[in-house]
Write a protein that binds this ligand. Structure first.
Ligand code: NCD
Length: 302
């Protein structure tokens, strides 16, 4: 990686991307990871200011499988609760000389800010509605392993794009790799800069899903909404939620993805989410560990 940090998909060129995918594939093909002594000297801190199940666990598992030490800073019980500022917390952690700080925050730009203040590498584990680079990497690896390519595939991103860092990172990454991206969303949930992102916007779900290879469904991110963006969840599901009938518009072998956590009956029907022939949702989680191992390895330059 040209950079010391992973803050944005924009930090990665095609060569970086392929080397991360190849490394993750290698980890996946090894039955058990033989722990490398080099990592036992490495310290990784997870600094999550927002709730997380899969990303936090997956970074922790990835670090442990490599043999590194990992600490999960619980913000709820930290000095932040006593009024310590974000930068002071980061500087305090930095003084303990970690090798990597993995940061999730509900404000866009926080990992960038911290990367300028600390000596170690910083990984963005999701900043506000800006980016979530490791999610896009694991999504791309999931597509590659199932479709054998990304270039030329029609990928529909469906739902609450406005609040989604997953959508933004995926748009940057999948475009770099030559996918044709369709955005399907009610107008109230479209980002204002969508025209600049090089995607095709569909305001009709049926048209947008016609002939696509992949459907990436997004969670309705209520915690980021100030005010009302959709009339009701029931109505949202009726018009924009993915169910078996709407899925028929896509290619016969189209696959369904979702970064999780899923809201059943709001953006996706259980019937589709749990269909092991169509849904890649659990495979995404599985590949997340391997991708994060590959990213950590690259940043540690081991
Ligand atoms: C995503 C996130 O936190 O941005 N979840 C995740 O990391 N797997 C998506 C979401 O919360 O909807």
């Amino acid at each position: 990686m040209s950079n010391k940090h992973l803050l944005s998909i924009k930090d990665l060129n095609i060569k970086d991307l392929n080397s991360i995918f190849n490394q993750a594939d290698k980890f996946l093909s090894q039955k058990k990871q033989t722990k490398n002594k080099l990592y036992s000297q490495k310290n990784i801190i997870n600094l999550f200011f927002e709730d997380s199940t899969r990303t936090l666990t997956s970074f922790e598992l990835a670090a442990k499988q490599l043999g590194a030490s990992v600490i999960n800073m619980s913000v709820a019980t930290s000095a932040i609760k006593k009024g310590e500022s974000l930068i002071d917390t980061a500087m305090t952690l930095n003084a303990m000389n970690p090798d990597i700080l993995i940061v999730r925050h509900n404000m866009s730009g926080v990992p960038y800010l911290l990367s300028e203040k600390v000596n170690c590498s910083v990984i963005n584990a999701g900043d506000g509605s800006n980016e979530h680079p490791t999610q896009a990497l694991l999504d791309a690896l999931t597509i590659l392993r199932n479709k054998k390519k990304i270039a030329g595939l029609k990928v529909a991103i469906l739902g609450d794009v406005l609040h989604s860092r997953v959508a933004r990172s995926n748009i940057y990454l999948l475009k770099k790799m030559g996918a044709l991206i369709r955005i399907i969303s009610p107008p109230t949930l479209l980002p204002s800069d969508i025209d600049k992102l090089g995607v095709k916007v569909f305001k009709s779900l049926d048209e947008g899903l016609e002939g696509v290879d992949i459907i990436m469904v997004l969670r309705m991110q209520k915690e980021r909404m100030e005010g009302t963006f959709v009339p009701s969840e029931k109505e949202f599901f009726r018009f924009w939620g993915l169910d078996r009938k709407k899925l028929e518009r896509a290619k016969k072998n189209a696959l369904v993805m979702h970064p999780g956590p899923i809201n059943r009956g709001i953006e996706i029907d259980s019937d589709v989410a749990d269909d092991i022939g169509r849904s890649l949702i659990l495979e995404q989680v599985k590949l997340g560990v391997a991708i994060r191992m590959a990213v950590i390895k690259k940043l540690l330059k081991t």
